[in-house]
Design a protein around this ligand. Structure first.
Ligand SMILES: CC(=O)SCCNC(=O)CCNC(=O)[C@H](O)C(C)(C)COP(=O)(O)OP(=O)(O)OC[C@H]1O[C@@H](n2cnc3c(N)ncnc32)[C@H](O)[C@@H]1OP(=O)(O)O
Length: 209
């Protein structure tokens, strides 16, 4: 029986559980650092915290992190990798993934998303509902392309960068690490590390998350 442990009993975790069922996982159990206060999410049991999962991850076919915050998700994945956990890659059956693309373990691609030819997606990444990642894009680890966001061809995205819901990035730009692109923004220039940009065209604002 295929079993999956999800660390992070969040809205994102519930979406992962839903996709996991469609990927043939029959047993899905959650872990969350709010345990034992939190013992249930939706119809799924929460069985312990991160430490508990680190000591029992070999009991599961795969694990995945259901935490939306990018750097936290990456940190938790690295902890699990160190103890030998097998990280799942979850792809919704309605997503369109080019056979010429690569997606690293611990990543999730939600319903209606597209990852086009020769795109690469790092580990612990989220390509969310109906987002598109076009040809030759190179996405780092723990990135999040939010619902309905679009990356044109040959865009580079650094680790832990978050593209907000409905944002667009034109072709051949480089967005550094820990960049935030605000919801609905249009990015027409490359963006340095640790910068938040908003608006159309997108401009930096003075703080980072
Ligand atoms: C399945 C899911 O739910 S996935 C989650 C999807 N969610 C998202 O994509 C949310 C993306 N987040 C945003 O767009 C946020 O507004 C952020 C991260 C860009 C900024 O958030 P904060 O740091 O809290 O900034 P804050 O709200 O204080 O705004 C700072 C300034 O930027 C402006 N601003 C913030 N976001 C945007 C935006 N998306 N477009 C244009 N202007 C914006 C604000 O109006 C404000 O301007 P002012 O200083 O002139 O008043």
């Amino acid at each position: 029986m295929k079993s999956l442990a999800i660390l992070g009993a969040s809205g994102h975790g519930k979406v992962l559980a839903d996709i996991a069922l469609l990927n043939g996982y029959e047993c899905i159990q959650f872990f969350d650092d709010r345990y034992p206060e939190l013992k249930k999410i939706g119809c799924w049991a929460v069985l312990g915290n991160t430490s508990n999962l680190l000591s029992c991850c070999a009991d599961y076919s795969s694990v995945i992190i259901g935490i939306g915050h990018n750097s936290t998700r990456l940190r938790k994945q690295i902890e699990l990798e160190k103890v030998g956990a097998h990280l799942a890659t979850l792809v919704h059956p309605t997503a369109v993934i080019s056979t010429f693309s690569t997606i690293q373990p611990g990543s999730a691609v939600m319903a209606g998303a597209v990852v086009n030819a020769f795109a690469t997606v790092g580990k612990a990444a989220i390509v969310n509902t109906a987002a598109t990642v076009d040809h030759d894009c190179q996405l780092g680890d723990a990135i999040h392309i939010s619902p309905g966001a679009h990356l044109a061809g040959s865009v580079n995205v650094g680790d832990c960068t978050w593209i907000g819901i409905g944002a667009c990035v034109i072709q051949c730009l480089t967005l550094g690490a820990n960049v935030v692109v605000g919801a609905g923004s249009t990015v027409i220039n490359s963006v340095c590390n640790d910068t938040t940009v908003v608006g159309s065209p997108a401009k930096p604002i003075s703080h980072t998350l």
